[in-house]
Design a binder for this molecule. Sequence first.
Ligand code: HMG
Ligand code: MG
Length: 314
Amino acid sequence: MFEALAPEITVYEVGPRDGLQNEPVPIPTADKIAMIDALGRTGLRQIEVTSFVHPKWIPQLADAVEVASGVARVSGVTHAALVPNQHGLDRAQAAKMEEIAVFLSASEAHSRKNINKTIAEALLTFDEVIPAALEAGMRVRAYVSTVFGCPYEGAVDPVVPARLAADLVAKGCYQVSLGDTIGVANPRQVRDVLAQVLREVPLDRLAVHFHDTRGTALANVTAALDAGIRTVDSALGGLGGCPYAPGASGNLATEDLVYMLDGMGVRTGIDLDALCEVSQQAAALVHHELPSRYLKAWAGEKVRRARKPPVSSA
Ligand code: HMG
Ligand code: MG
């Protein structure tokens, strides 16, 4: 095992988008901007900051243009945002985004619920959006959702995401992230699905995006790392979920991922303490505890250290 393990992994932080999109309590725009700026100081190099979708569908991200325009542009940190169609791309251009992500599903029922389009219609939309974004100088990433299972249709044939990923790369996407939208995958399935996708798409064009709904996300990451994957999506504190996928809860927590990678000797460039400080503030913003295990351990340790009586000098 781990013969193909890369010495360095890119952690693609999706918390400000995938994490917040499912949060019911409105979060002030200025607080979102401060959180994203703080994330940019932790060593993260890729941050998905918001989503240019219809505000009626995702009310929490209605302030997408303000957030994306307000974030401090820092050398070495790429800010990205989700774009479903030309209207979304126009808004992304207004906010001067350097990277966008298009997204579709590997199952028809989720596609209809999530974007009100069939898979074929989504691909037709991308025929317009991807060239226009590239022409405007943006990098284009893509997500394929429900790769490992659909909340409406159940099992998904791996041939479908493999074909979609190949199509998205052919259309100009620099990377395709394979999404376990409802957190049903297991490591053996990850190995098998990746083997199928790798028949059609080179390894360096793939990323993985696991939700931790059933506690298998980190185990799934190890299977993906074993297959040689070098980009892993995660969200600070384990925030997250897709509102159009019933039961889809938090993303894999960035802290848990970085802790595991640090221990395995895989570089991420991320300062875990600095990240935990940001996540602790994020928990206050969303008014609930965040699911990250590492964050809980870190917070407990911080309290214990603060309570420890000072060593007497007498
Ligand atoms: P629709 O209602 O079919 O849109 O929604 P339409 O094209 O028929 O237009 C209707 C109205 O919406 C029009 O306005 C458009 O201008 C407007 P009107 O003429 O009626 O005044 N409109 C827009 N407004 C703002 N921004 C836009 C936009 N587009 C149209 N971009 C649409 C289609 C795709 C817009 C809608 O279904 C939508 O926004 N869906 C997004 C759902 C979503 O964000 N889901 C969560 C993200 S996916 C996810 O979480 C999974 C992922 O994390 C990976 C994984 O976990 O697997 C990525
Ligand atoms: Mg997601």
